[in-house]
Design a protein around this ligand. Sequence first.
Ligand SMILES: [Zn+2]
Length: 198
Amino acid sequence: MIDRDKYYLASGQIGVMGIIYLIVFGILGCGAGGFIYAAATYYSPIIYLNLALTLGYGFLIGWLVVKACEIGQVRHRIFALAVGLFFGVLAVYSNRVGWATFMYFKFFSEWILVLNPSSIWSFMQLVAVEGYWSYGSGGDPVKGVTLNIVWFVEVAMILAIVLGYCWKKAAVKPFCERCRKWLSQTGYMSFLETIGQP
Ligand SMILES: [Zn+2]
Protein backbone atom coordinates (compact mmCIF):
# COMPACT_ATOMS: atom_id res chain seq x y z
CA MET A 1 0.00 0.00 0.00
CA ILE A 2 1.04 3.53 -0.63
CA ASP A 3 1.66 5.67 2.41
CA ARG A 4 0.37 8.93 1.11
CA ASP A 5 2.13 10.97 3.77
CA LYS A 6 5.46 9.72 2.46
CA TYR A 7 4.93 10.81 -1.11
CA TYR A 8 2.36 13.56 -1.24
CA LEU A 9 3.23 17.02 -0.05
CA ALA A 10 0.46 19.61 -0.21
CA SER A 11 1.38 22.59 -2.34
CA GLY A 12 0.37 24.97 0.41
CA GLN A 13 -1.86 26.92 -1.97
CA ILE A 14 -4.84 28.63 -0.39
CA GLY A 15 -6.37 30.84 -3.07
CA VAL A 16 -8.97 33.58 -3.03
CA MET A 17 -11.92 31.20 -3.46
CA GLY A 18 -10.77 29.14 -0.50
CA ILE A 19 -10.74 32.22 1.70
CA ILE A 20 -14.15 33.38 0.40
CA TYR A 21 -15.75 29.97 1.04
CA LEU A 22 -14.20 29.79 4.50
CA ILE A 23 -15.47 33.26 5.45
CA VAL A 24 -19.00 32.60 4.12
CA PHE A 25 -19.34 29.07 5.56
CA GLY A 26 -17.68 30.01 8.84
CA ILE A 27 -19.76 33.11 9.48
CA LEU A 28 -23.01 31.39 8.48
CA GLY A 29 -22.21 28.38 10.68
CA CYS A 30 -21.11 30.40 13.70
CA GLY A 31 -23.83 33.04 13.32
CA ALA A 32 -26.90 30.96 12.52
CA GLY A 33 -25.57 27.75 14.08
CA GLY A 34 -24.52 29.50 17.29
CA PHE A 35 -27.96 31.02 17.81
CA ILE A 36 -29.86 27.85 16.90
CA TYR A 37 -27.63 25.88 19.24
CA ALA A 38 -28.15 28.45 21.99
CA ALA A 39 -31.93 28.31 21.50
CA ALA A 40 -31.99 24.51 21.39
CA THR A 41 -29.96 24.10 24.58
CA TYR A 42 -31.91 26.86 26.27
CA TYR A 43 -35.26 25.17 25.66
CA SER A 44 -34.04 21.60 25.94
CA PRO A 45 -35.18 20.06 29.22
CA ILE A 46 -32.91 17.02 28.93
CA ILE A 47 -29.21 17.23 29.78
CA TYR A 48 -28.32 14.36 27.44
CA LEU A 49 -29.96 16.19 24.58
CA ASN A 50 -27.79 19.20 25.42
CA LEU A 51 -24.74 16.99 25.24
CA ALA A 52 -25.81 15.71 21.82
CA LEU A 53 -26.44 19.30 20.70
CA THR A 54 -22.93 20.31 21.80
CA LEU A 55 -21.42 17.45 19.83
CA GLY A 56 -23.60 18.30 16.83
CA TYR A 57 -22.64 21.97 16.95
CA GLY A 58 -18.92 21.11 17.05
CA PHE A 59 -19.29 18.74 14.11
CA LEU A 60 -21.33 21.29 12.14
CA ILE A 61 -18.58 23.92 12.44
CA GLY A 62 -15.83 21.40 11.70
CA TRP A 63 -17.74 20.03 8.72
CA LEU A 64 -18.30 23.54 7.33
CA VAL A 65 -14.59 24.38 7.56
CA VAL A 66 -13.64 21.08 5.92
CA LYS A 67 -16.28 21.56 3.20
CA ALA A 68 -15.11 25.13 2.52
CA CYS A 69 -11.51 23.89 2.21
CA GLU A 70 -12.65 21.19 -0.20
CA ILE A 71 -14.81 23.39 -2.46
CA GLY A 72 -12.42 26.33 -2.19
CA GLN A 73 -9.45 24.01 -2.86
CA VAL A 74 -7.39 24.94 0.16
CA ARG A 75 -4.23 22.80 0.06
CA HIS A 76 -2.63 23.91 3.29
CA ARG A 77 -3.24 21.82 6.39
CA ILE A 78 -1.84 24.22 8.96
CA PHE A 79 -3.86 27.06 7.45
CA ALA A 80 -6.99 24.86 7.56
CA LEU A 81 -6.28 24.06 11.22
CA ALA A 82 -5.70 27.72 12.07
CA VAL A 83 -9.01 28.61 10.40
CA GLY A 84 -10.63 25.74 12.32
CA LEU A 85 -9.30 27.19 15.58
CA PHE A 86 -10.50 30.67 14.62
CA PHE A 87 -14.01 29.50 13.77
CA GLY A 88 -14.06 27.19 16.80
CA VAL A 89 -13.46 30.20 19.04
CA LEU A 90 -15.97 32.28 17.06
CA ALA A 91 -18.49 29.43 17.38
CA VAL A 92 -18.12 29.43 21.17
CA TYR A 93 -18.38 33.22 21.27
CA SER A 94 -21.46 33.45 19.04
CA ASN A 95 -23.12 30.71 21.06
CA ARG A 96 -22.45 32.69 24.24
CA VAL A 97 -23.94 35.81 22.61
CA GLY A 98 -27.04 33.79 21.71
CA TRP A 99 -27.22 32.30 25.18
CA ALA A 100 -26.82 35.71 26.88
CA THR A 101 -29.57 37.09 24.67
CA PHE A 102 -31.96 34.31 25.71
CA MET A 103 -31.05 34.68 29.36
CA TYR A 104 -31.49 38.45 29.32
CA PHE A 105 -34.88 37.95 27.77
CA LYS A 106 -35.80 35.52 30.50
CA PHE A 107 -34.86 37.83 33.36
CA PHE A 108 -35.54 41.30 32.05
CA SER A 109 -38.26 40.80 29.44
CA GLU A 110 -36.40 42.88 26.93
CA TRP A 111 -34.21 42.13 24.00
CA ILE A 112 -30.61 43.16 24.65
CA LEU A 113 -27.90 41.84 22.44
CA VAL A 114 -24.62 41.57 24.34
CA LEU A 115 -21.52 41.56 22.16
CA ASN A 116 -18.78 42.49 24.61
CA PRO A 117 -17.00 39.31 25.83
CA SER A 118 -16.32 40.76 29.28
CA SER A 119 -20.01 41.70 29.68
CA ILE A 120 -20.98 38.17 28.67
CA TRP A 121 -18.52 36.79 31.20
CA SER A 122 -19.89 39.04 33.98
CA PHE A 123 -23.41 38.02 33.07
CA MET A 124 -22.45 34.33 33.09
CA GLN A 125 -21.03 34.73 36.60
CA LEU A 126 -24.22 36.51 37.66
CA VAL A 127 -26.25 33.56 36.37
CA ALA A 128 -23.82 31.12 37.99
CA VAL A 129 -24.66 32.52 41.43
CA GLU A 130 -28.26 31.33 41.13
CA GLY A 131 -27.89 28.57 38.58
CA TYR A 132 -30.52 28.16 35.95
CA TRP A 133 -31.10 24.46 35.42
CA SER A 134 -30.92 21.27 37.40
CA TYR A 135 -30.52 17.54 36.90
CA GLY A 136 -33.91 15.88 36.79
CA SER A 137 -36.97 17.42 38.39
CA GLY A 138 -36.82 19.05 41.76
CA GLY A 139 -33.04 18.84 42.01
CA ASP A 140 -30.88 21.74 43.10
CA PRO A 141 -29.87 24.00 40.24
CA VAL A 142 -26.34 23.55 38.93
CA LYS A 143 -24.45 26.67 39.88
CA GLY A 144 -21.20 28.25 41.02
CA VAL A 145 -18.00 26.37 40.30
CA THR A 146 -19.91 23.33 39.01
CA LEU A 147 -21.72 25.41 36.40
CA ASN A 148 -18.42 27.00 35.36
CA ILE A 149 -16.91 23.54 34.95
CA VAL A 150 -19.89 22.48 32.80
CA TRP A 151 -19.34 25.56 30.63
CA PHE A 152 -15.63 24.89 30.42
CA VAL A 153 -16.25 21.30 29.33
CA GLU A 154 -18.75 22.55 26.73
CA VAL A 155 -16.19 24.98 25.29
CA ALA A 156 -13.43 22.35 25.36
CA MET A 157 -15.70 19.85 23.57
CA ILE A 158 -16.61 22.28 20.80
CA LEU A 159 -12.97 23.30 20.23
CA ALA A 160 -11.73 19.71 20.37
CA ILE A 161 -14.33 18.49 17.87
CA VAL A 162 -13.77 21.35 15.41
CA LEU A 163 -9.97 21.00 15.57
CA GLY A 164 -10.06 17.22 15.55
CA TYR A 165 -12.35 17.14 12.54
CA CYS A 166 -10.21 19.68 10.67
CA TRP A 167 -7.05 17.77 11.53
CA LYS A 168 -8.60 14.54 10.25
CA LYS A 169 -10.33 15.88 7.15
CA ALA A 170 -9.28 19.36 6.05
CA ALA A 171 -6.87 19.48 3.12
CA VAL A 172 -5.64 15.91 3.63
CA LYS A 173 -6.57 14.45 0.24
CA PRO A 174 -3.95 14.72 -2.50
CA PHE A 175 -4.59 17.56 -4.90
CA CYS A 176 -3.48 17.51 -8.53
CA GLU A 177 -2.17 20.99 -9.30
CA ARG A 178 -2.33 20.28 -13.05
CA CYS A 179 -5.99 19.15 -13.22
CA ARG A 180 -6.99 21.54 -10.43
CA LYS A 181 -8.91 18.89 -8.53
CA TRP A 182 -8.83 16.65 -5.48
CA LEU A 183 -7.86 13.05 -6.08
CA SER A 184 -9.16 9.94 -4.42
CA GLN A 185 -6.94 8.94 -1.52
CA THR A 186 -6.34 5.43 -2.76
CA GLY A 187 -5.68 6.19 -6.42
CA TYR A 188 -2.29 5.06 -7.67
CA MET A 189 -2.43 7.50 -10.58
CA SER A 190 -3.01 10.36 -8.22
CA PHE A 191 0.25 9.67 -6.47
CA LEU A 192 2.14 9.42 -9.74
CA GLU A 193 0.55 12.58 -11.06
CA THR A 194 1.44 14.50 -7.95
CA ILE A 195 4.99 13.28 -7.98
CA GLY A 196 5.31 14.30 -11.63
CA GLN A 197 4.54 17.86 -10.69
CA PRO A 198 7.67 19.91 -9.98
ZN1 LIG B 1 -4.10 15.49 -12.62
